[in-house]
Ligand binder design. Structure first.
Ligand SMILES: NC(=O)c1ccc[n+]([C@@H]2O[C@H](COP(=O)([O-])OP(=O)(O)OC[C@H]3O[C@@H](n4cnc5c(N)ncnc54)[C@H](O)[C@@H]3O)[C@@H](O)[C@H]2O)c1
Length: 251
C-alpha cells in the first residue's frame, strides 16, 4: 500500500534538487503533489516528469518571498481540494561570502527566502493543514543550523531560526492535529552546493568530517521527509532528524 495514498501535498522549491526528489517520491507514494517553485519552467518540468511516470502532480509558480504569490498558491489548493495533508517548506538559497563583507542586500535576499518565506508558508498554510485533520508540516533546515562554517554564517543563522520555529509551531499547531518537524540535511549534491563540493579543498574538509565519507543524495533526504509525512510518524512532532552521514554526531 503506498504510504501517501489519497494525500494532498505541496512542496516549495520543488523544481530542482531536494524539493524535486521529495515531490517525485511523494507522488510515487500516492500523493497528489503541488510542485511549486519561483522558477516556473523548472516546476513544470518536474510536474511533467511525475505525470509521465503515471503519478499525480501539478505545477504552480510561486516565489515564497512574495506574500501575494503565497496567497495565490494556497488559493489554487483551496479551490481544488480545500485541504492540505503535507506541506514541505523546502525553498532555500545561499549567497556565500565572508560575514564581515555581507551586504545588506545579500542578507535580505537570504533571509527573505530561507526564513521569511518559511514563516509565511507555515502561517498561511495553517487553515488548509487544519482542514486535513492529520496535517504534516516539514521544514527543511540544515546541519548548518547547529554548526559554523566559513562563508555560510548568514545562511546558518536562517537555518537555526527555522529549527526554533519548528519547535514553537509544533506546540502551537498540535491542538489542530498538525505535526511540525524539521529535517537537518548535511551536504547533499545539488545546484545549491555544486560549486563548493567540487572544490577539492572544501570537498576533502567536508568528507573528512563526515563519518560515512560521502555526500548525500536528494533521494536520501526525500526518504526522511516521507517518514515525517506518513502515518509512521503519527506520534512525532517538534522533532529534528539529522540526515547527514553522521556529521553532527562527531568524527
Ligand atoms: N544541498 C544541501 O547540501 C543542503 C543541505 C542542507 C539543507 N539544504 C536545504 O534544502 C533546501 C533545498 O536545497 P537544494 O540543495 O535542493 O537547492 P536547489 O538550488 O537545487 O533547489 C532550491 C530550489 O528552490 C527554488 N527557490 C529559490 N528561491 C525560491 C523562492 N524565493 N521561492 C520559491 N522557490 C525558490 C529554486 O528555484 C530551486 O528550484 C534548501 O532549503 C536548502 O537550504 C540543502
Amino acid at each position: 500500500m503506498p504510504r501517501l495514498e489519497g494525500r494532498i501535498a505541496l512542496v516549495t522549491g520543488a523544481g530542482s534538487g531536494i524539493g524535486r526528489a521529495i515531490a517525485v517520491l511523494f507522488a510515487a507514494e500516492g500523493a497528489h503533489v503541488y510542485v511549486t517553485d519561483v522558477d516556473g519552467a523548472a516546476a513544470e518540468a518536474a510536474a511533467g516528469e511525475i505525470v509521465r511516470a503515471g503519478s499525480s502532480a501539478q505545477a504552480v509558480t510561486a516565489d515564497v518571498s512574495r506574500g501575494q504569490d503565497v496567497t495565490a498558491m494556497f488559493r489554487v489548493v483551496d479551490a481544488a481540494h480545500g485541504r492540505l495533508d503535507v506541506l514541505v517548506n523546502n525553498a532555500g538559497l545561499n549567497v556565500r561570502g565572508d560575514f564581515r563583507h555581507l551586504s545588506d542586500a545579500d542578507w535580505v535576499k537570504i533571509r527573505e527566502v530561507n526564513l521569511d518565506g518559511v514563516v509565511r508558508v507555515a502561517r498561511d498554510g495553517f487553515a488548509l493543514l487544519k482542514a486535513s485533520g492529520r496535517g504534516s508540516l516539514i521544514n527543511i533546515a540544515s546541519i548548518m543550523g547547529h554548526r559554523g562554517l566559513r562563508q555560510l554564517t548568514a545562511y546558518s543563522a536562517t537555518k537555526g531560526a527555522v529549527l526554533a520555529l519548528t519547535r514553537g509551531l509544533a506546540v502551537e499547531y498540535a491542538p489542530f492535529d498538525i505535526r511540525v518537524n524539521a529535517l537537518a540535511p548535511g551536504f547533499v549534491e545539488t545546484a545549491l552546493t555544486q560549486r563548493a563540493l567540487k572544490n577539492p579543498g572544501i570537498q576533502k574538509a567536508l568528507l573528512d568530517s563526515t563519518p560515512l565519507r560521502r555526500f548525500g543524495s536528494p533521494e536520501e533526504i526525500a526518504k526522511a521527509a516521507l517518514f515525517f509525512a506518513s502515518d509512521d510518524a503519527s506520534y512525532v512532532t517538534g522533532a529534528e532528524l539529522a540526515v547527514d552521514g553522521g556529521m553532527s554526531a562527531g568524527l
